[in-house]
Design a protein around this ligand. Structure first.
Ligand code: E4P
Length: 224
């Protein structure tokens, strides 16, 4: 499973990259706003900065909701860097835009996917990725993980090459469950990635190894 980081924060992207496990980045307009990035020039410069840190795909979302606007934005976004993937919302014009951009060899990420029907449409249109938002489904008492499992089954039934990019991940168990089901990618906040490191037995075990090592050094000195 590929690991993407779900943020526009440069320090967090660098931290995940330095860990050596980062395969890409996803952003959205809310995440850009959270970093205080506004205005086309600043937004584009920020995407470029992100692309220069990571080796993998970087999703940049369109703001338009009509076909012509989405295509115009997509053509501008892909000029920023070869790693840019155009993020397109799951709406009627979005599906048409995905089909068109796929035909032009431009990578797309269909965002705001909440049902298997939406995912099938995006896959048939040729999306490179689809982003089912599992945390937001959990938030309204639907089982987000059940959607990931349905999509894995459907895509495997028909050999769709669209990658399932599990999004709206809230905690490390989401990541582990996605890996069990076979999501192609999990895009996660840095906190959820770092939480995977933790186990109390690791901490206790390490403390004991270091204490035993220290004690043995003292014994050596006494012998001398
Ligand atoms: C990423 O592609 C999505 O935009 C993001 O995961 C949404 O996450 P949220 O539901 O925590 O805002």
């Amino acid at each position: 499973m590929k690991f993407f980081i779900d943020t526009a924060n440069i320090d967090q992207i660098k931290e995940a990259h330095d860990l050596g496990i980062l395969d890409g980045v996803t952003t959205n307009p809310s995440l850009m706003a959270k970093e205080g990035i506004s205005g086309k020039e600043s937004v584009f410069a920020h995407y470029k900065k992100i692309c220069e840190i990571v080796d993998g795909d970087v999703s940049a979302e369109v703001i338009s909701t009509d076909f012509d606007g989405m295509i115009r934005e997509a053509n501008e976004l892909v000029k920023i860097h070869p790693r840019i993937v155009v993020k397109i919302p799951m709406i009627k014009d979005g599906v048409k835009a995905i089909k068109y951009l796929t035909g032009k060899g431009i990578k797309t990420n269909c965002t705001l996917v909440f049902s298997p029907g939406q995912a099938i449409l995006a896959a048939k249109a040729g999306a490179t990725y689809i982003s089912p938002f599992l945390g937001r489904l959990d938030d309204i008492s639907f089982d987000g993980m059940e959607l990931i499992a349905q999509l894995r089954l459907i895509f495997d039934n028909y050999g769709f090459t669209t990658q399932i990019l599990a999004a709206s991940i809230r905690h490390p168990i989401h990541i582990i469950k996605c890996a069990e089901i076979g999501a192609d990618v999990a895009t996660c906040p840095l906190s959820s990635i770092l939480a995977l490191l933790n186990h109390p037995l690791t901490d206790i075990g390490l403390e004991k190894f270091l204490a035993d090592h220290k004690a043995s050094q003292k014994t050596e000195k006494v012998k001398v």
